[in-house]
Design a binder for this molecule. Structure first.
Ligand SMILES: N[C@@H](CCC(=O)N[C@@H](CS)C(=O)NCC(=O)O)C(=O)O
Length: 212
């Protein structure tokens, strides 16, 4: 979303989460990684920072210095509170759409971190999703008076939260938001951005419906 916002052409290279050899060139073991000519940067926030400083003439991801600071706060809330709340509830679903090596890698990583089996985590899904929706209340309150978290237009703070919803949409058919939630309307606006760029990725719900 940040690259599309900056109106940059790019090629995405999908990598299996257990295939560390594929990303060894980066000197670490996580994605996303951005290669831009001779420059390499990893970690979403650092990538956004890099794009902003390398392409100052393209639409800004932060708007101003204060916008940059506040987006960093949104990034921390999403990373430290929202992802850890939602991701473990849906991780069991991921196992059904990845190969055996990735399934074993993901199960091992999450079960170690949460000291519960993925099945135990999934069994708390209904109450966990209600708690997750409650955690989103500041987002809901913000979207009551403006179309995007960043104001009149979407910017990096929107993309970082949207990435969690996009992941959920792709890996799981579970209804994370109630249809009449203002955040669901925002999610639709995000899916519409850049000529439906994010919508082109098939949702798990669509995949399940197409198969039945
Ligand atoms: N805060 C980092 C998180 C990076 C991260 O944890 N990436 C995950 C995928 S979303 C990963 O590569 N995990 C590797 C693994 O589980 O072995 C960012 O936003 O870039």
């Amino acid at each position: 979303m940040a690259l599309a916002h900056k109106q940059l052409d790019f090629e995405s290279v999908p990598v299996r989460v257990s295939d560390k050899a594929a990303i060894a060139f980066s000197g670490q073991d996580k994605v996303p990684i951005l290669k831009d000519g001779d420059h390499m940067v990893f970690d979403s926030w650092k990538i956004a920072d890099y794009l902003e400083s390398a392409y100052p003439d393209r639409p800004s991801l932060f708007g101003c210095a204060a916008g940059h600071g506040l987006a960093r706060f949104v990034n921390a809330v999403v990373d430290r509170q929202m992802i850890p709340k939602l991701a473990p509830l849906l991780m069991r679903d991921v196992l059904d759409i990845v190969d055996d090596a990735d399934a074993a890698h993901l199960r091992n990583g999450i079960e170690k971190a949460f000291r519960k089996t993925l099945e135990d985590l999934a069994s708390q899904r209904d109450s966990g999703i209600v708690e997750f929706r409650r955690m989103l209340d500041p987002v809901r309150a913000t979207l009551r008076t403006q179309p995007f978290l960043s104001g009149a237009q979407a910017a990096y703070g929107d993309y970082i939260l949207f990435s969690l919803f996009q992941w959920a949409r792709i890996v799981s058919a579970v209804q994370v938001l109630e249809p009449d939630d203002a955040i669901a309307a925002w999610r639709e606006r995000m899916l519409d951005l850049f000529d439906g760029f994010a919508r082109r990725e098939q949702s798990r719900l669509e995949a399940v419906e197409a198969a039945s």
